[in-house]
Design a protein around this ligand. Structure first.
Ligand SMILES: Cc1cc2nc3c(=O)[nH]c(=O)nc-3n(C[C@H](O)[C@H](O)[C@H](O)COP(=O)(O)OP(=O)(O)OC[C@H]3O[C@@H](n4cnc5c(N)ncnc54)[C@H](O)[C@@H]3O)c2cc1C
Length: 505
């Protein structure tokens, strides 16, 4: 389809970030868009639960790459600041490391980080600045040359520009190697590498091009939308609806209808049929292929799926606590001592990690609306392996371990005693809520063989007029990245080959 051949009607399966963002783009272009979503609200993995005066973001909490969000709103003809009250967090996060209670804060401020790096490793401050200058340059190249580009063949990726710039991006080198040759101090190495966990990838398996994540973290900063992350998909839905997109909730799709090898609509679980010129799936790719399409229409075999490197799952506790903890900031990370063993365990179907790393988000530090007065809203996440057995007995033991570590190593004294609300979310919920393969939280890890050209494409090979959007496709995992995937799907549908971010529709 070329831009002169805009489809009249589109159906999108799922209202995650990718689905919502694409619904907005197509609707603004004049396409009649229907989004069918299983759950009662939009946002997908970024939905919200409200209980007993607490508002918990179910999944994401790091609002990164503010430029990508802002540019999407601009593309939709909106000023992001009229929809979201964004605050840059300072410090960006606190890292607990070494003796119980010991911590260091990190900032999106070159001078502050220079001092911290130098204090831990003389000379590391200057090396950090040089490293970040290069990461910033690479972010710019990636954003303008690679990320917003659809790939179809080897030659699309390995063109002259990529060959020239790709060498500098150190595609063939791992993040672990790049960081380890630059910094010696154990804490600094971990601080420079943990962003790979946000991409669901072990630093030793993450290609060097992801060093741009250090620019995202240390230069662009970590932000927070007042009211919580859930405000972001809500705002995007409002804008898409303004342009005529229709969101249908509690409307699970049970099948994509194909006729003569072309997608022509969907059947909902209630048996109703809906027709369109094209269908886009924002659901997890494994679910789309194995449940919504006929076996002959699948692109990937069971063997292919079994051989993928899956991003970890997560053991999550949403805690409402009748007490506040002065030693926490908004984002808090507790790094395990034996980092290598932890990565081996969370990528190799090991049981709950022997000595886990733990992330604690306390949005009540920044936002009084997410917890009752005097209380703390805590989102606690332990990365654990996908594919492990998640029973009631296992999760009770995991919760007990996690709370003990928080009380002793993070110094959250009295946590258990003051618990007012507790809810667990783990492999079973990821499978039930998103049909997630082996209960992975994030989908396909960002190894080299699952990045860019090698990540599943956003256009179906065997079914005409079937497209994909969201984290399973290129460019991958993360809210802003799924917004980029919506631009890529839009370009694909409209036949736009331009590799740069869209500036108009
Ligand atoms: C615990 C956790 C923490 C995270 N932390 C961060 C973070 O801090 N920062 C960040 O940027 N990213 C983070 N992420 C990643 C980010 O949330 C995801 O990459 C992104 O939200 C995925 O968006 P998506 O477009 O792929 O859609 P999803 O969010 O995967 O949504 C897909 C939608 O499709 C719907 N669906 C599925 N099947 C059907 C069907 N048959 N019929 C109808 N609807 C269907 C689902 O209900 C769902 O609403 C985190 C993710 C998790 C799970």
């Amino acid at each position: 389809m070329s831009s002169t051949n805009t489809p009249r009607r589109a159906i999108i399966v799922g209202a995650g970030f990718g689905g919502i963002a694409l619904a907005g783009l197509l609707a603004k272009k004049g396409v009649s868009v229907d989004v069918f979503e299983t759950h009662g609200s939009a946002g997908g993995r970024a939905r919200v639960i409200r209980e007993g005066g607490y508002t918990f973001d179910l999944g994401p909490s790091w609002y990164m790459m503010p430029d990508v969000f802002a540019e999407y709103f601009t593309l939709m003809g909106e000023d992001i600041h009229k929809h979201l009250t964004l605050q840059k967090l300072t410090p960006s996060y606190r890292v607990f490391h070494g003796a119980p209670g010991t911590h260091h804060d990190f900032f999106a401020d070159r001078a502050q980080n220079h001092a911290i790096f130098d204090a831990l490793e003389p000379g590391a401050g200057n090396r950090l600045n040089a490293y970040l200058d290069e990461s910033a340059r690479q972010y710019h190249i990636a954003k303008h040359e690679f990320i917003y580009k659809n790939y179809d063949s080897f030659f699309d990726f390995f063109n002259k520009r990529v060959m020239r710039e790709g060498r500098k991006l150190e595609i063939w080198n791992s993040m672990e190697r790049i960081i380890s040759r630059t910094f010696k101090h154990e804490l600094l190495r971990k601080v420079m590498m943990f962003q790979m966990v946000l991409l669901g990838t072990a630093p030793k398996d993450a290609p060097g091009m992801y060093r741009l994540m250090n620019h995202v973290d240390f230069d662009l900063g970590i932000w927070y939308p007042q009211g919580g992350i859930g405000e972001v998909p809500q705002a995007m839905v409002r804008i898409a609806e303004k342009h005529g997109a229709r969101f249908h909730y509690q409307a699970p799709v049970s099948r994509i209808i194909t006729e003569g090898g072309t997608a022509v609509g969907v059947v909902l679980r209630d048996g109703t049929e809906h027709r369109a010129d094209l269908v886009v799936s924002n659901a997890d790719r494994h679910h789309t292929e194995t449940a919504l399409l006929a076996p002959t229409e699948r692109e990937y075999s069971d063997r292919w799926w079994q051989r993928r490197t899956l991003a970890p799952s997560a053991f999550i506790l949403y805690l409402g606590v009748r007490k506040q903890f002065p030693n926490l900031v908004h984002h808090n990370l507790l790094f395990t001592k034996d980092w290598d063993r932890n990565f081996r365990e969370i990528f190799n179907y090991h049981d709950f990690p022997t000595d886990p790393s733990i992330y604690v988000c306390a949005p009540s530090k920044t936002d009084s609306t997410v917890a009752p007065p005097g209380c703390e809203n805590l989102f606690v996440l332990v990365p654990i392996s996908a594919g492990i057995t998640d029973t009631d007995a296992a999760r009770a033991a995991w919760a007990d371990r996690t709370l003990t570590i928080l009380e002793t190593n993070m110094g959250l004294t009295g946590l258990r005693e003051h618990l007012q609300y507790q809810r667990v979310y783990s492999l079973r919920e990821f499978s039930a809520d998103y049909h997630s393969f082996k209960g992975t939280a994030l989908g396909l890890a960002h190894t080299l063989s699952q990045s860019a050209l090698w990540r599943p494409n956003n256009v179906a090979k065997k079914v005409k007029n079937l497209y994909y959007v969201g984290s399973y496709q290129n460019p991958g995992i993360g809210m802003p990245i799924c917004i980029v995937s919506a631009q890529l799907a839009y370009k694909r549908i409209m036949g736009i080959a331009d590799p740069h971010p869209l500036i108009e529709l």
